[in-house]
Design a protein around this ligand. Structure first.
Ligand SMILES: [Zn+2]
Length: 124
């Protein structure tokens, strides 16, 4: 009573390749090892422009031109808050607009005069 299709003991039919074949050659090493890549994340543009209240002489990070930043002053948050506070105090007629005219309350926005890129803001 022996099963006719019983496999006999022995080596498996598909033997793995010997390691001597892989060790013999130089292991493939690439100079570019993307081990710490951010997997296609957003490109971090570091626009660290030390802007101040005056036009700043710098290199535009966008068009790489040597520029003096074009400044534009706009009322900052302090100006708006001061305007609201003055308005609440009862000075309605124009007094609430005073902080918007005070230079100390203005934010200075820097733009590139060459490519019109926004470079940063100086906040007082
Ligand atoms: Zn530019």
């Amino acid at each position: 009573m022996v099963k006719p299709n019983a496999p006999p003991y022995g080596p498996p039919p598909a033997a793995p390749p010997s390691y001597s074949q892989a060790v013999g050659g130089v292991p493939p090493s690439s100079p570019f090892t993307p081990g710490h890549s951010l997997s296609g994340g957003p490109t971090i543009v570091t626009t660290v422009v030390p802007v101040g209240p005056q036009p700043t002489h710098t290199i535009c990070p966008y068009c790489h031109a040597e520029i003096d930043t074009a400044t534009k002053t706009e009322p900052g948050l302090i100006a708006y808050i001061s305007g609201v506070v003055i308005a609440l105090l009862g000075c309605w007629l124009g007094c609430c607009l005073i902080p918007c005219c005070i230079d100390e309350c203005m934010d200075v926005h820097h733009n590139c005069p060459n490519c019109k890129a926004y470079l940063g803001r100086y906040r007082r």
